[in-house]
Design a protein. Structure first.
Lengths: 333, 511
């Protein structure tokens, strides 16, 4: 049993991909509509925000940190983007996006400064900013909704408009996946993050400026939340203070399911993407086969626990092989 | 400086008048030293003498408050570890600087990976090829794509040395590099030090072991209490004189062994087996006896002890205490039976560094002191005082956090903690590893007192003099099996080492 789990852990990405395919097919058998091209495209579109946020969160978790403020940051930048678009309907969409990303970036920089330079614990800092940012959404909007008729049509249309047969959302997510894969594998910055997560003190000894790297990793997470803030508000054509409430946990769950180690130092882009896809499939498939939403939550939880158990098993040091291997082990005592 | 180093080459690195204070406490006071190209200099001093602070100052982790560093005649100052590395001063640290999830090759080049192309990206093929060249130069075979978490301690050291080489280091500092290496690996390390030397690199070698110092170093510099004490050529000094320079007084390296008649068998272990770690281990500990366990690192000694203490569920075999068969499947059961285990790795397994001394000592016996928090403080302090005084613990007060103590004093806290459980058998796993001579002597004296009080001690140690000096009988393990058991009279350094390396007759010859 132990060997089986260890083996599974090694191939976890392939396994997760297989589970996603099997799950999709199984649901497709019950409800053929689910595996139609348009339905799958919807599924992809639905998963994009989660995947993008999970990728940014992955880097944070790799450094032994956590960013609980992403959903509040998303809500705040989304709300500000919506208010701006409502005030100045003629602003082109790229400017709006730029503004949303910048707001998210600034909010993320604040986290990063507190964590990197003041060396405060990430969980406490982002728990605090989570509440602050969420509170600011309320303050800014006065509790009122910004609904579709306040927003310019171009603002709303952008995320779901199609380019070469796929929505802008999917294209943006693809861009983010390529960017993060490149960062994680081919930049010193990305490798430094792994080094920091593996051994923070050692990272200092080899000359890695941890404070600056941490500042940037939270800034990146914030900027991603800003981007997703606009996309979220535009896609659902509504902004209100409870937007994406509790979504930070879904994001973290996607990372954990994808094999990003909460202890830091390990995690791959493929894993985080698959983790996000998996949750999207669950959330889209279960209503189709008429599983109650209460069960959805419980099932997601079970999946997270299984992922954590697999992680723990694979990280556990196996007993050292001290006895020479060629000797027959005396099994009877 | 009145150094009498025989080498004529100019000094590569010269420190003069280095001082460093932390919150008013002087860690380094006007320290000077000088090391030449192709010279191996032993930096010697008790724990707390300032060696580590000096290394950190040299590698840019700390900045000195006063004094000057000269590299090849040029004044330098290292504002960061990066600056020191760029200048060619690198350290192989006591706790290896390693990133477990990264590969061997990446560990060598982390933070300065070569890049190519546009957009610039890390040149993985080059990194791996260069790493392979480095290991070829060191004549060490290591697969460069292995993750470091799968390497042994010695292999990790080699990765660090390869890292130093890759930086064209002019000065390599080795901070107790042999602390957890086996004899064979130590020789491998000596060979590599020799290569560094031959290539004109200056090596600063920090060690507590004099045989190593004399085997590998040319000159020495002694620190005591943060001050420079003496420097010179090792050819002109002997061990006794070095020890007295270190401690400032003459300590005779004799073991406080009290000859006594061992009593009845107390703990009998028979046919103790584990699927992968040890096989058919049988031994007996008598009342008031010190049973030494010697072997190379990784021979399975600690594994046997951990199993005996109930930490390894997979172990099988019979264990008898006072003739009664006992079943130990958890540490708390072991404690209840009167077995105490003081682990090797005190930072991770033994002491709770962020707790005060008093709570560390009383942790395993809290249920016995009483349930109500209010009434406990006095009793706790009394218990802590009793054992800490016995051990000559140096601390300002019992509320002091263990993390603030020196290594030797941390070890004493761990010992005190287990004594407080009133054990019948106490297993000491490398009790003096990495602690200074003064603390070592205190621990040895204390072990003698323990057996004097009728306790039995299992002493797991990789230090041959310690085992030979302290133990009544010596069990030697090799590759998870007992190779031989010696009485005190039979044991000589030669036959014990021979048994540990697998020679000599095997008690159970397996073909």
């Amino acid at each position: 049993m132990k060997h089986l789990i260890t083996h599974l852990a090694r191939q976890r990405e392939a396994l997760l991909a297989l589970v996603i395919v099997l799950l999709t097919c199984a649901v497709g058998l019950r409800a053929p509509l689910f595996i139609s091209a348009s339905s799958l495209h919807n599924l992809l579109t639905d998963s994009t925000l989660l995947i993008m946020l999970a990728l940014a969160q992955m880097f944070v978790i790799i450094t032994r940190g956590i960013d609980l403020s992403v959903a509040s940051n998303l809500a705040l930048s989304g709300m500000m983007a919506a208010l701006l678009a409502a005030k100045m309907p003629t602003l082109p969409v790229p400017v709006i996006i730029l503004v949303a990303v910048s707001i998210g970036l600034v909010l993320g920089l604040l986290n990063g400064w507190l964590i990197g330079y003041l060396e405060l614990p990430p969980i406490v800092v982002t728990l605090g900013t989570m509440s602050v940012y969420r509170g600011l959404v309320f303050v800014l909007s006065g509790g009122a909704w910004v609904s579709s008729h306040h927003m310019p049509p171009a603002f709303i249309a952008f995320p779901l408009s199609q380019f070469l047969g796929m929505t802008h959302l999917v294209w943006i997510a693809l861009g983010v996946i390529v960017l993060t894969w490149y960062m994680a594998r081919y930049t010193r910055y990305g490798r430094d993050l792994y080094a920091i997560g593996n051994a923070p003190t050692s990272a200092r000894y080899v000359g890695i400026n941890s404070a600056q790297r941490l500042l940037m990793v939270y800034a990146f997470s914030g900027a991603m939340a800003g981007l997703c803030g606009y996309l979220w508000v535009a896609r659902y054509a509504v902004a209100y203070s409870e937007i994406a409430y509790g979504f930070e946990f879904t994001v973290i769950a996607a990372c954990v399911i994808g094999g990003v180690s909460i202890a830091g130092g390990a995690g791959t882009v493929t894993g985080a993407v698959l983790g996000g896809l998996f949750l999207a499939v669950i959330n889209n498939a279960l209503p189709i086969i008429k599983v109650s939403p209460f069960w959805q939550s419980a099932l997601t939880g079970l999946v997270i626990l299984s992922a954590v158990i697999i992680n723990a098993r694979s990280n556990r040091k196996a007993g050292r092989q001290i006895l020479p291997l060629h000797l027959p082990t005396r099994s009877a005592a | 400086m009145s150094s009498t180093t025989t080498a004529d080459s100019p000094p590569v690195l010269r420190l003069s008048g280095i001082s460093k204070r932390f919150h008013g406490i002087v860690a380094l006071n006007n320290v000077s030293l000088c090391v030449r190209a192709g010279e191996v200099m032993a930096l010697i001093g008790e724990n707390g003498a300032g060696k580590s602070t000096l290394v950190k100052t040299l590698t840019g982790i700390y900045q000195p408050d006063d004094g000057a560093i000269e590299l090849a005649g040029q004044p330098v100052s290292f504002g960061s570890p990066q600056a020191a590395m760029d200048a060619g001063v690198t350290a192989v640290h006591q706790e290896t600087v390693m990133f477990d999830e990264l590969t061997v090759a990446e560990n060598i080049y982390i933070g300065r990976q070569p890049r190519h192309g546009f957009p610039p990206r890390i040149n993985w093929p080059l990194i791996e090829a260069e790493a392979e060249k480095l290991f070829a130069r060191l004549e060490v075979s290591l697969p460069v794509r292995t993750k470091v978490k799968d390497l042994s301690v010695a292999q990790r050291h080699f990765v660090e040395i390869a890292r130093a080489l890759s930086q064209q280091a002019r000065v390599v500092i080795m901070d107790e590099p042999t602390a957890s290496l086996s004899r064979h690996e130590i020789h491998e390390l000596y060979r590599i030090v020799g290569q560094l030397k031959a290539s004109g690199t200056a090596v600063i070698f920090i060690s507590h072991k004099f045989d190593e110092i004399f085997a590998v170093a040319d000159s020495y510099t002694v620190l005591r209490d943060g001050c420079f004490v003496a420097a010179g050529s090792l050819a002109e000094i002997d061990e006794a004189r070095l020890v007295s320079l270190m401690v400032g007084r003459n300590i005779a390296q004799v073991f406080p062994k009290v000859e006594r008649q061992a009593g009845a068998p107390l703990l009998e272990v028979a046919n103790f087996c584990h699927p992968s770690e040890f096989d058919d281990v049988s031994f007996t500990v008598r009342q008031g006896e010190i049973l030494g366990f010697y072997g190379l690192v990784g021979a399975g000694r600690s594994e046997v002890m951990q199993a005996l203490f109930g930490l390894t569920p997979a172990a099988r075999g019979t264990v008898k205490l006072n003739g009664q068969r006992i079943h130990v499947s958890s540490a708390s059961e072991a404690i209840a039976h009167g077995i105490a285990y003081v682990p090797e790795d005190r930072q991770h397994q033994g002491a709770h560094l962020s707790l005060p001394i008093v709570h560390n000592v009383t942790l395993p016996i809290l249920p016995g002191i009483g349930f109500f928090l209010g009434g406990r403080g006095g009793a706790e302090t009394a218990i802590a005082r009793r054992y800490c005084e016995q051990l000559e613990l140096k601390a300002s007060h019992f509320g002091q956090h263990v993390s603030e103590l020196s290594g030797g004093n941390q070890q004493k806290v761990v010992l005190a903690k287990w004594l407080a459980t009133a054990p019948k058998v106490i297993i000491l796993d490398e009790p003096t590893k990495g602690i200074d001579i003064g603390s070592k002597a205190a621990v040895h004296r204390f072990i003698s007192e323990l057996v004097g009080q009728g306790l039995s001690v299992i002493l797991v140690s990789s230090e041959l003099p310690e085992v030979l000096g302290m133990a009544d009988r010596i069990v030697v393990m090799h590759q998870g099996r007992i190779q031989r058991t010696f009485s005190r009279q039979e044991a000589t350094p030669e036959n014990v080492v021979a048994a540990a390396s697998g020679a000599g007759h095997t008690e159970k010859d397996a073909a």
